[in-house]
Design a protein around this ligand. Structure first.
Ligand code: NAD
Ligand code: IPM
Ligand code: MN
Length: 357
């Protein structure tokens, strides 16, 4: 088996705490299962930025692109950098720079008691959001005029290309086909955003025609938020734009038991041999940082997604099963009803995994 280099970027806030545990998981699987992984630790994030102004240097970006199979990122964001300059350079540097157009965010509840909806359980919460990850309002086009005056103007452009929209929608249908899903929903706001989302609407039904066994369903994003809280069970795959995907997946995380339970992958979905980025959906959670309070499960599930992507789906199943057991047996952190710290919760799961090997 050829070796895979994993660039590890712990980042800020709780990032280093959860990534320290995720790294132990990788070390365990490397040792006990012989996974051919080399970890390459990157010293980037708020501390480094505040020390010497470094955000995401071109030499590192080039090496990530040329040498790494995957990047494992904790989270970025630090109150000492209120403009988030470093976070944008690094996160968007990778998402845009590596053309990782599909941000794949599973919304899957691992236990009934984590689902906050009355009368609903884990079988009702199991869908995957495909969030467009290289366009939309995130491209940073626009500007400010007469800033700081009573006449100031601020414009953020929402960029949507046929190519970008179509490839993300296709990634959602390909996933649906590969996983035996019967429907794909597309969430937009074509009733208000007439130009951009009319393109999404048209592209969605045109791509859908290539997948005869899968029913395409259009839903306005505001209504989707309503339905997800009333009854999420009909949803299997949701494709949507960058901004809506960001918002829907925090709502989705709530259905899973919180942001401590949500992992994600950023992929160039049409060519899986290209380097991909894996990160929990959560941010740096500054109030929790340094207190051993952060839930490591999101990072464990993220490692599972990464290993599956690299060709070991059985490792993802093993990791997901142990995360579910940690919840069931309350060997977990406070946010999900346990009493353990980050480290102890991870240690319980690592011991269970070691025992199963
Ligand atoms: P957040 O995700 O950090 O926190 C939101 C809520 O979820 C908080 O109540 C927090 O305590 C809780 N939470 C998050 N992760 C948790 C975990 N592992 N275990 C237990 N509870 C957890 O979002 P925020 O507070 O809006 O943002 C904080 C910073 O993170 C900001 O700078 C933001 O821009 C950044 N951010 C970065 C990423 C990323 O790097 N991918 C993602 C989201 C937010
Ligand atoms: C996420 C985050 C980022 C985003 C922020 C930190 C820019 O919220 O990954 O969900 O909006 O994409
Ligand atoms: Mn987000």
């Amino acid at each position: 088996m050829s070796k895979h280099t994993i660039a590890v970027l712990p980042g800020d806030g709780i990032g280093p705490e959860v990534i320290a545990q995720a790294t132990r998981l990788l070390d365990l699987l490397r040792e006990k299962r012989g996974l051919p992984l080399d970890l390459w630790h990157l010293d980037l994030g708020a501390d480094r930025y505040l020390k010497d102004g470094t955000t995401y240097p071109k030499e590192i970006a080039d090496r990530v692109k040329g040498e790494a199979s995957a990047v494992l990122l904790g989270a970025l964001g630090d109150p000492r950098v209120p403009g988030l300059e470093h976070a944008r350079d690094i996160l968007f540097g990778m998402r845009f720079g590596l053309d990782l157009y599909a941000n794949v965010r599973p919304v899957k509840a691992l236990a009934d008691r984590l689902v906050p909806l009355k009368g609903r359980g884990r079988s009702d919460v199991d869908f995957v959001v495909f969030r467009e990850n290289t366009e939309g309002i995130y491209v940073g086009m626009g500007g400010q005029f007469k800033r700081g005056t009573p006449d100031e103007v601020a414009i953020s452009e929402d960029l949507n290309t046929r190519k970008g929209v179509e490839r993300l929608i296709r990634a959602g249908f390909e996933y649906a086909r590969a996983h035996g899903k019967k429907t794909v929903h597309m969430a937009d706001k074509s009733n208000a955003m007439r130009h951009a989302h009319e393109l999404w609407y048209r592209a969605f039904f045109e791509v859908a025609a290539e997948y005869p066994g899968i029913t395409p369903k259009h839903v306005y994003v505001d209504a989707l938020c309503l339905y997800l809280v009333q009854d999420p069970s009909p949803f299997e795959v949701v494709v949507t734009c960058n901004l809506f995907g960001d918002i829907i997946t925090d709502l989705g995380a709530a259905l899973q038991g919180g942001l401590g339970m949500a992992g994600s992958a950023n992929l160039h979905a049409s060519d899986r041999s290209r380097v991909a980025l894996f990160e929990p959906v959560h941010g740096s959670a500054p109030p929790l940082a340094g207190k051993d309070l952060a839930n490591p499960i999101a990072s464990f599930l993220t490692v599972g997604m990464m290993l599956s992507h690299l060709g070991w789906p059985e490792e993802e199943q093993r990791i997901e099963a142990v995360c579910a057991r940690a919840i069931e047996e309350k060997q977990c952190t406070r946010d999900v009803g346990g009493e353990l710290g980050t480290r102890a919760s991870a240690e319980w799961m690592l011991a269970e995994i070691a025992r199963s090997l």
